[in-house]
Structures are given as structure tokens and as C-alpha cells.
Design a protein around this ligand. Structure first.
Ligand SMILES: Nc1nc2c(ncn2[C@@H]2O[C@H](COP(=O)(O)OP(=O)(O)O)[C@@H](O)[C@H]2O)c(=O)[nH]1
Ligand SMILES: [Mg+2]
Length: 197
């Protein structure tokens, strides 16, 4: 897709604050610091549309971005940041659950993991939860540039086995630094747009 415009719309913590554009929506989900914001910037070929940070746990709201006056990207708060008190974690979780289960225009979740790591229990639980409530997602293993080719092959195999066992979901290798995987992921998104809601 050719990116003509990409702009920040609004941020929300509850449903009555979501923008009512009616545009199909893609949500970016993953642990804090996994590279969600960087991935969105990479997809949109914008260096600083979404603030990235090396300090995990900073994005605490759902941030909405309008792309080409035809679709919406949402940057969801990262889950599983250990230093955050349990009560706050629970609030984040509720916010994400309310959004993922209630947002009618949501078409696909882009579920992001770090290619260098084994999926955590929390990643696996999140995946099981998506499956249980019927949320359609594509798995993206990012920070691919931080590994050598043999390491990438090994990690992709581990992620596929642990995570995607028995499912036909897509797994895409990505780097927000080199934009590797950008075309493949966009293909996935535009295919989703073309299929019935
Ligand atoms: N080398 C490399 N660094 C990345 C990549 N994606 C994210 N990062 C870095 O990882 C850190 C966290 O990224 P960010 O997008 O803010 O993560 P978020 O918390 O999930 O939104 C930042 O320092 C980014 O520069 C990638 O594909 N390659
Ligand atoms: Mg972020």
C-alpha cells in the first residue's frame, strides 16, 4: 500500500473515547519494549509518528492513527511489564480486553514477539486467549536484524513450534531497522481488507 498520509488521531482508555470513523482497524499487540511502535513507524514509513522508547511500560493508552483516510492502526499498551504494580497491570489488561472483544471495526491483530526470545508464558497465554475468543491474528517476529541468518532460522523454528502448533496462522520475520518483512506484512493486511469483514 502506498502511504499518502498517516496521522495521530486520539488516545483512549475506554470505549466511549474510541474514534467513530468506521474505517477497518488493525491493532498492534505485544510485550512492552518488543518493538510495536517501531513496527508501526516502519510500516507507515514514518520515522517518528509513534513515539518509541527504550523505557518499557510508558504507553498506557490505546493510541489511534489514521492511515490514508481509509484505515486505522492502533498501538496498544504493552503487557507484562514486571515493574508495574499488579493493580495497574490489571487495569491495562481490562483496557486491552475491552478493546479487543468490543471493537466492531477491528479486522486483524498484529501480534508481535521478539525473534531473539522464546515465547514467554504470557505470550502463550495471550495467544490461547486470542484463539479462545476467535481473534484473528498474524504473528510477527521482530528485531530480525539483531540475529545472524542461522540464528534467525533456528528462532523462527522455535517460535513456530511453540507458538503456532496446529494452526495455520501466518508468521512473518520482521526488522523495523531494515524494513525486512514490510512487504509481506502489508500483503497480509491488504488481503484482510479485501476479504469480507
Ligand atoms: N535493532 C532493532 N531495534 C528495534 C527494532 N524494533 C524496535 N527496536 C528497538 O527496541 C526498543 C523498543 O522499541 P519500541 O518500538 O518503543 O517498543 P514498544 O514498547 O513495543 O512500542 C527501541 O529502542 C527500538 O529502537 C528492530 O526491528 N530492530
Ligand atoms: Mg510503544
Amino acid at each position: 500500500m502506498k502511504i499518502i498520509s498517516a496521522k495521530y488521531l486520539t488516545s483512549a482508555v475506554k470505549a466511549d473515547q474510541y474514534p467513530e470513523t468506521g474505517f477497518p482497524e488493525f491493532a498492534f499487540v505485544g510485550r512492552s519494549n518488543v518493538g510495536k511502535s517501531s513496527l508501526i513507524n516502519s510500516l507507515l514509513v514514518r520515522k517518528k509518528l509513534v513515539k518509541t522508547s527504550s523505557t518499557p511500560g510508558k504507553t498506557q493508552m490505546i493510541n489511534f492513527f489514521k492511515v490514508n483516510n481509509e484505515l486505522i492502526f492502533t498501538d496498544l499498551p504493552g503487557y507484562g511489564f514486571a515493574k508495574v504494580p499488579a493493580r495497574v497491570q490489571k487495569e491495562w489488561q481490562n483496557m486491552i480486553e475491552q478493546y479487543l472483544t468490543g471493537r466492531k471495526t477491528l479486522r486483524l491483530v498484529i501480534f508481535i514477539v521478539d525473534m531473539r526470545r522464546k515465547p514467554t508464558d504470557l505470550d502463550l497465554k495471550t495467544k490461547e486467549w486470542f484463539d479462545a475468543i476467535g481473534i484473528d491474528f498474524v504473528l510477527v517476529a521482530t528485531k530480525a536484524d539483531k540475529l545472524s541468518q542461522p540464528e534467525r532460522n533456528r528462532q523462527m523454528k522455535i517460535i513456530r513450534e511453540r507458538f503456532m502448533e496446529g494452526s495455520d496462522q501466518k508468521l512473518i520475520a520482521y526488522s523495523s531497522k531494515s524494513n525486512r518483512g514490510r512487504k509481506e506484512l502489508w500483503n497480509c493486511l491488504t488481503k484482510k481488507l479485501a476479504s469480507p469483514a
